[in-house]
Design a protein around this ligand. Sequence first.
Ligand SMILES: Cc1ncc(COP(=O)(O)O)c(C=O)c1O
Ligand SMILES: N[C@@H](CCCC[NH3+])C(=O)O
Length: 419
Amino acid sequence: MAFEYRNGSLHADAVDLNQLAHDYGTPLYVYSAQQIRANWKQFADHWPQPHQLCYAVKANSNLGVLHLLAQLGAGFDIVSGGELARVIAAGGKASATVFSGVGKSKEEIAYALEQGIGCFNVESAAELERINEIAAAKGVMAPVSFRVNPDVDAQTHPYIATGLKANKFGIAMQHAKTVIRRGAEMSHIHVKGVDCHIGSQILTTQPFLDAADRMLQLIADVRAEGIEITHLDMGGGVGIPYQQEKSPAVSEYLQALLAKAAQFDNLTLMLEPGRAIVGNAGVLLSKVEYYKPGEEKNFLLVDAGMNDLLRPALYQAYHQIVAVNEVPESSPSDRLVDVVGPVCETGDFFGHARHLSANQDDIIAILNAGAYGFTMSSNYNTRPRAAEVIVDGDQIHLVRQRERLADLWKGESIMGAKQ
Ligand SMILES: Cc1ncc(COP(=O)(O)O)c(C=O)c1O
Ligand SMILES: N[C@@H](CCCC[NH3+])C(=O)O
């Protein structure tokens, strides 16, 4: 494991997290390069072509993380023109990138075509028309996959389920063939594949297999009409244990999906994992500002807030929280605290009723914060966003400087002032 206690304090690889917090300040995101490589290997070991594994950039888009994955041969899954620019800036290839998302703008489509995007994951008939028009104006062919909504219950938090009829994502299964046929007859569309993404933090293999069955049936039907579909992209969604839940063994899930796809000739299986690659590879370090006993509850006020890590506030997500100073097993804390931030919202919490041995100025670590942590952070309450560090063995790389206050109002002006 990348995060372990050694000599009385929590370490990331060989680096003492108390020392990191001291040197770089808090709140601080710390990622372990070794853990990211190990997570990637679990997937890549099963894959003939690593670039067909498209890491979901939204999970953690720091250039340092993207560069590490690009070096490992990863492809990328993006959801905006901005994410494509990040991939390119980090040394990734547009040709090994798939572009998902329900609301691609004209500018984003044009930019992706100019960069030579690997594939658009098209989410509606209207988007297909738009891509064809823009590709025609540029005199190029647009590679396209059709994101279909397979109507499968991923049994995850409703905010992160995406594969049900009621969700905005993908083309409804009942319309899929019509839209694919339309794509096949368009002058500037190159039909390549079909894809789906049924949700995130999924803890059993079955919903993926059910979705794969529906997608394979669709491929069989469409191929019978003479439309060549050469890839099936099953999206991301593999969950990780946040609270000692049992998560699917990655190899079991991969082998089951590969076996299904292997029933078809000339069909490449692609995936878009995000959380499973970076989730357990990151922690958020925060300093205790105050201990505040209350009538009903005791509070540990820390210097990170919901603007730094939104998941608990948004999804009531559970993150394990530990003191960086090791607590001897013989003297566990009997102090029960709510761990909360300084933001002016009751929803600004990281954990309720936790046993935590930490006092003023001590450093705590919020675990499993590598995915959808920094990428969902904001400047709410005019709080500069955290710094980010990648640790690799005993090497420390500051991969994002802490924001300065002046960065926060850059580009703003006072009404009437000369521009
Ligand atoms: C289209 C798409 N692909 C991949 C992912 C990555 O999902 P996860 O981080 O659960 O693997 C997401 C996010 O849920 C997504 O929307
Ligand atoms: N942001 C979510 C995952 C959803 C990703 C978007 N498709 C989370 O933190 O769990």
